[in-house]
Design a protein around this ligand. Structure first.
Ligand code: UDP
Ligand code: MG
Length: 335
């Protein structure tokens, strides 16, 4: 006979949903409404943590209004725009759920999928991550770049990020606590998440087009994120450079010997070779620089984010580790 608990999964666990918001005023109402429709059916004890990542539109006011109306909607207001990964880190630092869902605030990730994540968690998986079946409303060049990135990252990283998985995921409390203790400043969370291990499972979801507003990731930040994903998880690129250097030395010596034997060489092929070699050297220097630069930034050990004020999360300030944010009491009260 099966145990009754297996037939009816428990509904009185604490569920946190962490959502970074940067100028998402236009999506906030629809997002909150859809979440409030879904979450009560999943758990009786849930919280929604909106992280306002230095928005310049009405996002902060919107979060305040929703917090007034529904105290289970809470806010972490950062002191400026720290970026998507830092904003998620901030939400994770304040989340107190036994299960924590991370999702985007532009409704590309569907709140209605959350019950499927929770079901897999209740079956014993500590990390349930979304795998994109289809990306709606993403230009072809971006799609191509994403596909290329995930494939290169798989080759480079010692603990690869699963193909086409994003930040949309459910994390068990244990995983969140570990992530909060990671000291690094470059937080490529989907990489850290897979580095953690335990029982992980991918869940296929469709990704909708952004509901309103413009994508907040500009090309520059996407490139930075990709570099983090490649460099933060492996020293392989450095080793490849060594191998490449070795090959070039061999090829160069062979060419030199060959051209000497043939009694001279053309200027054109020589300048081509020079150009190629200096290109390789500069690129190599650049890759080394990516590592050295990160070492430098991390040595400074600045916190990942700073909190301006909190809505409904004041009592959790003390639990935030010092390397993530300084535990100074939040400044102003809600305006
Ligand atoms: N975001 C953020 N800080 C930023 C950039 C983005 O908090 O500096 C949030 C944004 O509001 C959204 C999520 O991160 O909720 C994903 O951003 P976006 O939709 O622009 O990224 P994309 O879907 O293009 O990868
Ligand atoms: Mg988006």
């Amino acid at each position: 006979m099966s145990h009754p608990d297996l037939l009816t999964p428990k509904r009185n666990f604490r569920l946190s949903v962490v959502i970074p918001l940067y100028n998402e005023e236009a999506n906030l109402d629809a997002l909150s409404r859809r979440l409030l429709q879904v979450l009560p059916g999943v758990s009786e004890d849930f919280e929604i943590i909106y992280v306002n990542d230095g928005s310049t539109d009405g996002t902060a006011r919107g979060i305040e209004a929703w917090h007034q109306r529904e105290p289970r909607i809470k806010g972490v207001m950062l002191s400026r725009n720290f970026g998507h990964q830092a904003a998620i880190s901030a939400g994770l630092a304040f989340a107190s759920g036994e299960a924590v869902v991370v999702m985007d605030g532009d409704l590309q990730d569907r709140p209605e999928e959350i019950p499927r994540f929770v079901a897999l968690w209740q079956q014993g998986h500590e990390v349930v991550y979304a795998v994109r079946r289809r990306r709606a409303g993403v230009p072809w060049w971006k799609r191509l770049a994403y596909a290329a990135f995930y494939r290169v990252q798989q080759r480079v990283a010692d603990t690869p990020v699963p193909l086409d998985s994003g930040d949309f995921a459910l994390l068990d409390r244990r995983v969140v606590q570990w992530l909060n203790q990671f000291p690094e400043g470059d937080r490529f969370l989907r990489g850290l998440r897979s580095w953690v291990g335990l029982r992980q499972v991918g869940l296929e979801v469709d990704r909708d087009a952004r509901a309103a507003g413009e994508p907040k990731y500009r090309l520059r930040s996407l490139v930075r994120l990709a570099a983090d994903g490649l460099v933060s998880f492996s020293l392989k690129p450095l080793r490849w450079l060594l191998v490449l250097g070795g090959c070039l030395i061999l090829a160069g010596s062979a060419t030199l010997v060959g051209s000497l034997a043939a009694g001279g060489s053309s200027l054109v092929s020589l300048s081509g070779l020079m150009c190629l070699l200096s290109g390789v050297q500069l690129a190599a220097l650049g890759i080394v620089g990516e590592y050295v630069g990160r070492t430098y930034m991390n040595l400074k050990a600045r916190p990942v984010f700073l909190v301006d004020r909190l809505l409904g999360l004041e009592q959790h300030l003390a639990q935030v580790p010092r390397h993530l944010a300084f535990p100074t009491p939040a400044g102003r009260k809600a305006a």
